[in-house]
Design a protein around this ligand. Sequence first.
Ligand SMILES: Cc1cc2nc3c(=O)[nH]c(=O)nc-3n(C[C@H](O)[C@H](O)[C@H](O)COP(=O)(O)O)c2cc1C
Length: 327
Amino acid sequence: MTQLSTPFTKLLGIEYPIIAGPMFLVSDENLVTAVSEAGGLGAMPSLNWRTTQEFQAAVRAIKGKTKKPFGVNLIVNQSNLRQHPDLDVCAEEKVPLVITSLGNPKEVIKKMHAVGCKVFCDVTTLDYALKVQDLGADGVIAVSAGAGGHAGPISPLVLVPFLKKHIKIPIVLAGGVATGEQIAAALALGASAVQIGTRFIASKEAKVDEAYKKAILDADPEDIVMTKKISGTPAAVIRTPYIDQVGLELNPLEKALYRYPQTKKYMKMLRYYIGSKALEKAASGVTWKTVWSAGQGVGLIEDILPAGEIVRRLVTECSETIQRLNA
Ligand SMILES: Cc1cc2nc3c(=O)[nH]c(=O)nc-3n(C[C@H](O)[C@H](O)[C@H](O)COP(=O)(O)O)c2cc1C
């Protein structure tokens, strides 16, 4: 198959510039292994396992199934009470790529570099990208408008070239990518790779209910709305009657409690707990409280495929697009 070599593929020693992004409640050992075995890089959040011990067992299971690089996402803000033990596991198991989100990645960079592993950090703004570059990050994930999860506010068409003008480390575009043509576009903008989430929910391996996968196939981009009801910060979900009923904004009491430093931390933890329970229920079975997390790329997804086949199709489409443009 075609070579798509970039600074990212060289840095990680993989074939294709495609990360299957870490997805809360969706990514597990099977999805990660399938993507990495196909030449991309599968990633998963450590919090998809109930304990640090179970997370470590999952990492070991992946290492038993593939020799290829894979990644783990660590949330590095106060709401994640497991960040230190989970980081210790990443360092002990020499997880090839750690992707940090939400907080300060300083300790992660130091610990993972000490064992020869790479760290990329989620960013939505130039200020934060400069900060993590100064801290020694190996690259950034440019989380753009349209992404699943905690999408950023800036269009990927602007965010990637804007970051590229000011930072030296590799940039991975995240947000709305579901086809190989878009990967070619991302590379043209100066990205070294793409991070794809939503497309991989519609994979055979994704460990979610079939109703969720079907909702991905049925949804159009305009069905994606941003709600603060899951974690306190805007997260992309498919609009359902339940989302319409609960609304997208925090209620006045929650807003007030978020404003005070004394209560903010606890509000974040409480909101995160309530939001993740709702996601968990909807991901694992039919419930009227439907909260399905997804990005605008839903509009481009028409089939549920094995994850390895998704990677191969993306690569073929990307290569054909580059050839077409060259011709
Ligand atoms: C269901 C879902 C759960 C996600 N969970 C996480 C997460 O736990 N940690 C993280 O860093 N990113 C998370 N993301 C973001 C993805 O890793 C990725 O950056 C994003 O999905 C890219 O946008 P796309 O969905 O448009 O491809 C999640 C995305 C989705 C759709």
